[in-house]
Design a protein around this ligand. Structure first.
Ligand code: ZN
Length: 184
């Protein structure tokens, strides 16, 4: 690649970066990702990100990226730590309004830019939140709480209700994903 790699900026104008075809690589501490915090057991690691902005032959302003991180999330069954490796590739197309996003071709996901600048960490955090399953749980065989669960299982009703409550929180995080600029 002939283009120069740069350190990750904090605040960006995605349309200008696309125009300039900028390429970035760097690390971001998980600590900076406030929406991700409640789902993590430990926050000491960093996220590695490689990002390429550009404009494709159809005139789409895009960001192609790869994010890698070792996450330690909380198992929702035993509340103990659980390691997860995130290796995410994504392609975003920047649009000014949601309605423009409807005409965005594959493989892009539309990203509505409501105001400039955009915090680059927010985009990366969105991808990590989308990557995590609605409920993070060990496989039952390796979960320290497996014995308790197996004893309780026939109760049925309570377990279902608990699962419903656990589901609630991560989903409300996801619901806010596509409007990262709305609430500050
Ligand atoms: Zn567990």
């Amino acid at each position: 690649m002939s283009r120069r790699l740069e350190r990750l900026p904090v605040q960006v104008d995605p349309f200008r970066l696309a125009q300039a075809g900028r390429v970035f690589e760097g690390e971001i501490p998980l600590r900076q990702m406030k929406r991700l915090q409640p789902l993590l057991y430990s926050h000491g690691n960093t996220v590695r990100a490689a990002l390429e902005f550009g404009i494709d032959s159809l005139g789409v302003s895009f960001l192609s990226g790869r994010i890698q991180a070792e996450l330690e999330v909380v198992c929702q069954r035993c509340l103990e730590p659980m390691g997860m490796t995130a290796d995410i590739r994504f392609d975003l197309a920047f649009v000014h309004q949601a309605i423009e996003g409807e005409s965005i071709p594959e493989p892009y996901e539309p990203y509505v830019v409501e105001s400039v600048p955009v915090t680059l960490t927010d985009i990366i955090e969105d991808e990590l939140l989308l990557f995590l399953p609605p409920i993070t749980r060990h496989e039952l065989e390796v979960c320290p709480a497996r014995n308790r669960v197996q004893m309780k299982e026939p109760a049925g009703k309570d377990t279902a209700k608990q699962a419903e409550e656990q589901r609630h929180n991560p989903f409300s995080v996801l619901a806010n994903l596509k409007t990262p600029n709305k609430v500050k």
